[in-house]
Design a protein around this ligand. Sequence first.
Ligand SMILES: CC(C)(COP(=O)(O)OP(=O)(O)OC[C@H]1O[C@@H](n2cnc3c(N)ncnc32)[C@H](O)[C@@H]1OP(=O)(O)O)[C@@H](O)C(=O)NCCC(=O)NCCS
Length: 172
Amino acid sequence: MNVRDAVPKDIPAILAIYNRSIRETTASWTNREESLDDRLTWFEGRKKNGLPVLVAENDKCEILGFASFGPFRPREGYRFTAEHTVYVDPKAQRQGVAFSLLSRLVEIAGAQGLHLLLGVIDGENAASIALHEKLGFEVTGHLPQAGTKFGRWLDLVLMTRVLNAGMPAPEK
Ligand SMILES: CC(C)(COP(=O)(O)OP(=O)(O)OC[C@H]1O[C@@H](n2cnc3c(N)ncnc32)[C@H](O)[C@@H]1OP(=O)(O)O)[C@@H](O)C(=O)NCCC(=O)NCCS
């Protein structure tokens, strides 16, 4: 498996993985599937802002999953925090794909001088919580019944990992 920067021709595969997860899981609290244009706009926005979009591919160049991070909240005081996301094709799950993608994202975030990486996770998503624990993230927030999908209330779990530990806060 190879992890590399995504390019525009990867967007249909990224879209298919994402939309399937919208239909079948509570990973993303929406029922609205995206169009190709939506995903291309997202991708171009990330690239324009120097933010990573990674894909993992197998030796047949099939896309197995993707990961990215972007700003957590817009005010400038949050500029050292990023929220990340990772999705893996069900066919390729439990083979270390998400671990490889997120490990690389953590390296990139550290190299970009970020101070906190944040995963915002459905409390029922035991796979994602275990994945993040394996990568050194800790549960630092739990919001009971913060959302709903598929006819039930869902808890939100926040998992964080400090990067560049000991980095001084900027003057402003
Ligand atoms: C969560 C998800 C990204 C994990 O991807 P993956 O490639 O299967 O994960 P990996 O194979 O890299 O697993 C790494 C570790 O995560 C944990 N893990 C992954 N899947 C798990 C599962 N189904 N149950 C329990 N632990 C799991 C394990 O600790 C695993 O290490 P191990 O295999 O050595 O035990 C994947 O299930 C997925 O795409 N789900 C739908 C979308 C989603 O939930 N995204 C996360 C949004 S926050």
